[in-house]
Design a protein around this ligand. Structure first.
Ligand code: PGA
Length: 247
């Protein structure tokens, strides 16, 4: 399985930021892992034009479950595809919290993404209160069951485990805590999707940075990372790509 270093720029970046993507490619023209950047939608087509034919894929940060229609401010999976996306992040905790996205909505979006030919990166994660209450495994199992449609396989789906309390905070779970959740995800995917579970990439996300990437990538069932803040500069994201390529 080829591992994946995915960067999520969130609501950050201007056209000037595309220079970071160019620098990343210049430093890593042939990385030993897949590289992906998900910029704001306004930058998608321009980034895709700059990276066409290269080892850097581009993706969206969300899509609507419908193919078109009266949905002001939303974007369809086919629109992302036309702008050059190969992936779309779905069910990020910021979408779940800021926009009230439920597991069922995420599942519908994933189906729409597949229909448009996009790979869905489906995000799961417990809140701090849920972790403190010892509910992490049950929360993740429920989100996984509710958010991933039938038909998921290694070619159309990536799962990202992102503890909400670790996102943008500089805090991360311990190595055994990450390994425990990733093992649960792999096991439950196996029950739902059989052999396909082995080829689905499981990413860890939440305060991944150059200093902790190597240790996280060494954990079982961690097939890459979904990186927020540290994906904004070629220097930091490049260091994470190097760590993953060396794993
Ligand atoms: P972070 O964000 O790396 O800035 O913690 C991760 C994410 O939200 O995907």
């Amino acid at each position: 399985m080829r591992k994946l270093a995915a960067g999520n720029w969130k609501m950050n970046g201007t056209f000037a930021s595309l220079a970071e993507a160019e620098a990343l490619l210049a430093d890593h023209p042939a990385p030993g892992c897949d590289m992906l950047l998900c910029p704001p939608t306004t930058l998608l087509a321009a980034l895709s034009a700059k990276t066409r034919g290269s080892q850097l894929a581009v993706g969206g940060q969300d899509c609507h479950s419908a193919t078109s229609g009266a949905h002001t401010g939303d974007i369809s999976a086919a629109m992302l595809k036309e702008a050059g996306a190969d992936y779309v992040i779905l069910g990020h905790s910021e979408r779940r919290n800021d926009h009230g996205e439920s597991d069922a909505m995420v599942k519908a979006k994933a189906t729409a993404a597949w229909q448009a030919g996009l790979i869905a990166i489906i995000c799961l994660g417990e809140s701090e209160a849920q972790r403190d209450a010892g509910q992490t495994l049950e929360v993740i199992a429920e989100q996984l069951a509710g958010s991933v449609p039938q038909g998921a396989n290694g070619a159309n789906t990536v799962i990202a485990y992102e503890p909400v309390w670790a996102i943008g905070t500089g805090r991360t779970p311990t190595d055994p805590e990450i390994a425990e959740v990733h093992a649960l995800i792999r096991r439950n995917l196996g029950r739902a999707f059989g052999d396909q579970a082995q080829s689905m990439r499981l990413l860890y996300g939440g305060s991944v940075k150059p200093s902790n990437a190597k240790a996280i990538f060494a954990l079982p069932n961690v097939d890459g990372a979904l990186v927020g803040g540290a994906s904004l500069t070629a220097k930091d994201f490049g260091a994470i790509v190097s760590a993953l390529s060396a794993t």
